[in-house]
Design a protein around this ligand. Structure first.
Ligand SMILES: C[C@H](O)[C@@H](O)[C@@H](O)[C@H](O)C(=O)O
Ligand SMILES: [Mg+2]
Length: 441
């Protein structure tokens, strides 16, 4: 056993589901009854440290991601950590281009979600071995090391390794002041918890009042219902938060392109800071047209954007104003490094998608990397916050008065407490066995 270079001995997987749909938590115009869930994996090693990773799902189908993680485990079991981290880009490519398996994607859907869980678990282990939170591990890496973790195939027509290196080298020089600022002042957050689709008008008003009193200044509301309902709900939030605070609206892909244009124009009275996911996440040119025809409304998307190639096209086509990376929709940290760097080149702010289960814990590290090492600014950048399920994490996010404060504990902050794994494992955990027995009775 080598403490500083553990060997991964096996991968343990868990289908984990939380019954959030009971309370309409997480509901939107399209995903009306999400049970926030995760395909979770633990990389066991020959040492004391273990790597944890998950990919976020909405309940049914999590078992498919678990199976895909089990298949991909072959690429980590038996390897020393250093064999992976010394050639990280090659490792991620190996996971993504396994012949036969690749046909199921490529680089999208269930197999890409699974790759994210495995790759993120490796980064979690790596950070723990180095004794640093992931954001600091990244900040301490040399620019060339970051570049070597990125697979530039399919994106080097938009961002070359040399350009990436130049961005990183320039930011590295001025990083110390930002590091101090990040540690002392944290990073601006916004809350989505006040405006889920299934919440009543009264609940939205009450939650917005409470959030305002708690120091929040950025709020997101779900839209995509009847036009009058959307406006009424939006007016309630505006009445409560005023016009000096910021309001974002999210349709979760509900509309077609032309419908989006009509609906966004009608919602402009709410002065949204951004309009999120108006239409299909795959429709790059559709987003570009919506953006052109609804100016000055800013268009945001990304939580369902399959991979760096699609992000590249969204940027090249001038289809988005806000880039919403997701920590496990694309293949984990490595692919997100590429997307964050591309966003810098195109001058587009990165405002990560979070919430769900574990996404807040994950993305704070990526925004910190963006601030310290890439964009160098927090201007017009916010991290999503959703106030659910943090109690299940060993190191939950520290969010106070609408700001994220960075974790100092080593790792990627994604480790879930053993009790919670036991209770919410599907279908045999204690919660689900009782719940399912109740259905049968
Ligand atoms: C089903 C989920 O809760 C989504 O509604 C959620 O991720 C949302 O789009 C968001 O932006 O937070
Ligand atoms: Mg969204």
């Amino acid at each position: 056993m080598n403490v500083s270079d553990p060997r991964i001995t096996q991968v343990h997987t868990i289908d984990l589901r939380f019954p959030t749909s009971k309370y309409s938590i997480g509901s939107d115009a399209v995903n009306k009854d999400p049970d926030y869930s995760a395909a979770y994996c633990i990389l066991e090693t020959d040492g004391d440290l273990r790597g944890h990773g998950l990919t976020f799902t909405l309940g049914r189908g999590t078992e498919l991601c678990v199976m895909a993680i089990e298949y991909l485990s072959r690429f980590v079991v038996g390897r020393r950590l250093s064999e992976i981290t010394e050639n990280f880009a090659a490792f991620s490519r190996q996971l993504l281009e396994d012949s036969q398996f690749r046909w199921l994607g490529p680089e999208k859907g269930v197999i890409h979600l699974a790759a994210a869980a495995v790759i993120n678990a490796v980064w979690d282990l790596y950070s723990k071995v180095e004794g640093k939170p992931l954001w600091l591990l990244l900040a301490d890496m040399m620019p060339a090391q970051i570049v070597s973790a990125i697979d530039f195939r399919y994106i080097d027509d938009a961002l070359s390794p040399d350009e990436a290196l130049e961005i990183l080298c320039a930011a590295k020089q001025t990083m110390p002041d930002r590091l101090k600022l990040l540690r002392s002042d944290g990073y601006q957050a916004y809350t989505t918890s006040v405006g889920w689709f299934g919440f009543s008008d009264e609940k939205i008003r009450r939650l917005a009042q409470e959030a305002l009193a708690d120091g929040w200044t950025y709020f997101k509301l779900k839209v995509g219902g009847d036009p009058e309902d959307d406006l009424r709900r939006g007016r309630i939030v505006r009445e409560t938060i005023g016009w000096e605070n910021r309001l974002m609206i999210d349709a979760n892909q509900k509309w077609g392109v032309e419908e989006s244009i009509v609906r966004i124009r009608a919602l402009q009275e709410l002065q949204p800071w951004w309009m999120e996911e108006p239409t299909s996440p795959d429709d790059i040119l559709g987003h570009a047209r919506i953006r052109r025809e609804t100016k000055p409304t800013r268009i945001a998307t990304g939580e369902h954007c399959h991979n760096k190639v699609m992000f590249k096209q969204l940027m090249q086509a001038q289809a988005i104003d806000v880039c919403q990376i997701d920590s496990c929709r694309v293949a984990g940290v490595n692919e997100n490094l590429a997307i964050i760097l591309m966003a810098k080149k195109f001058g587009i702010p990165v405002c990560p998608h979070a919430g769900g289960v574990g996404l807040c814990e994950y993305v704070q590290h990526l925004s910190a990397f963006d601030f310290l090492y890439v964009s160098g600014t927090m201007h017009e950048r916010v991290i999503e916050f959703v106030d659910h399920l943090h109690e299940h994490f060993v190191t939950p996010v520290d969010v106070r008065r609408g700001r994220y404060y960075m974790p100092e504990t080593p790792g990627y902050s994604i480790e879930i407490k053993p009790d919670s794994l036991q209770t919410y494992a599907f279908p045999h955990g204690t919660y689900w066995s009782e719940e399912l027995a109740g259905h049968l009775a």
